[in-house]
Design a protein around this ligand. Structure first.
Ligand code: ADP
Length: 347
């Protein structure tokens, strides 16, 4: 058998859809699996514009291959994209895109490999729905239980012994923690189910930070932690979602206090640069080791299991900052402290 024939057989029998497009996005090859996944025969689709046929759009940004400026030898691996089928239905596909360059380095087209993950996504969605329904249903009993306990503690239901009061206070504290976990989880699952879409308006970030510092003082004073605020020149109004930005600031500030030992300090710095506002929250706390650092923004990741928390705060903060077009990152020296920074672009 000729080498070319062997290649053709291999490509046709790849367990993934395979299509080659030229530099204008016209399909020049399409394998058997791609025919099966999309319902188009090779004859029908070769010579047609792949953006329109497969991605159902003229918008290049919706296509992994043309919505991206590739560096040489770069590949986009396993991004999620919608692929239109011949019958008007669509599949959710995991697409790997590789550009092709000629020997002079000119872009001459590319390859897209795609795998149908529709069923996988459906199951994932279902699992998330069940979890968020579960969390939602847990919310009301916890609130009701806390209400009754507060009533008993207020003395309205008769006198309590010292021991009873102590126990009820402990139960109330635990229920508060549980309520916090449920609230974090519900917020997280809301962002996961629908995209985080900030409601943008003029936002005075300096005033917001000052307010959040005041709110955090109670806990900081309890641990004898000083909070400093430093701000460069005039900080202009930015455009952001006030409620969501509040969540980011509180999450970072609360963490800084939570992960700092008694007597330490927390410093918030606000820097006005050409293109964005930079917020930095530094603490003199326990720090984060190098092996934990890459994962702290992942959902449910928790460094210290013995501390209370959901492991969702930083993941929520990241979703919010990125939905504003900003970036968030952390630097840390174990035993010395951490600095969390985020940017919000000016418009
Ligand atoms: P958690 O509810 O556990 O605080 P987060 O998502 O807010 O969840 O943070 C994830 C992990 O990152 C934490 O469990 C902790 O190990 C680490 N972390 C976050 N902020 C700090 C900080 N300021 N100092 C040290 N570790 C931190």
């Amino acid at each position: 058998m000729e080498k070319q024939q062997i290649y053709d057989i291999i490509i046709d029998n790849l367990p993934v859809g395979f299509s080659i497009v030229d530099k204008n996005g016209i399909i020049v090859d399409f394998n058997n699996t791609a025919e099966k996944l999309t319902g188009y025969s090779r004859k029908e689709i070769i010579g047609r514009q792949h953006l329109k046929m497969l991605h159902g759009t003229e918008d290049k940004d919706r296509c992994p291959l043309f919505g991206h400026t590739f560096q040489k030898h770069e590949q986009i691996v396993a991004v999620e994209a919608t692929i239109m089928k011949r019958d008007g239905d669509f599949i959710i596909a995991s697409v790997t895109a590789s550009p092709l360059f000629d020997s002079n380095g000119n872009f001459i087209g590319g390859i897209e490999l795609f795998k149908d993950i529709t069923e996988l996504k459906r199951l994932e969605r279902e699992r998330k729905n069940i979890l968020s329904m579960f969390a939602h249903d847990m919310k009301s009993p916890v609130i009701t239980a806390e209400g009754f306990i507060s009533r008993m503690l207020s003395g309205k239901t008769g006198p309590l012994t010292e021991v009873q009061r102590n126990y009820l206070e402990l139960v109330k504290e635990e229920l508060d923690g549980l309520q916090g976990l449920i609230a974090d989880f519900l917020e997280f699952s809301r962002f996961e189910a629908t995209e985080c879409k900030p409601v943008i308006g003029p936002f005075n970030i300096e005033a917001a930070i000052r307010r959040h510092i005041e709110a955090a003082r109670v806990e900081a004073d309890r641990k004898n932690i000083e909070i400093f605020f430093e701000s460069s020149d005039e900080i202009p109004l930015i455009y952001a979602d006030a409620m969501l930005m509040g969540r980011v600031i509180t999450n970072l500030l609360d963490n800084a206090i939570k992960y700092t030992n008694i007597g330490g300090s927390v410093t918030i710095r606000l820097v006005n640069t050409d293109k964005y506002i930079l917020v930095q929250i530094s603490d003199t706390g326990i720090g984060i080791s190098e092996d934990h650092l890459p994962y702290i923004f992942d959902a449910f990741y928790r460094g210290k299991r013995d501390m209370k928390g959901s492991g969702l705060g930083l993941s929520i903060a990241k979703t919010i900052v990125e939905a504003h077009g900003g970036r968030i990152w952390a630097e840390s020296v174990p035993e010395k402290g951490s600095t969390f920074s985020f940017t919000i672009p000016k418009r």
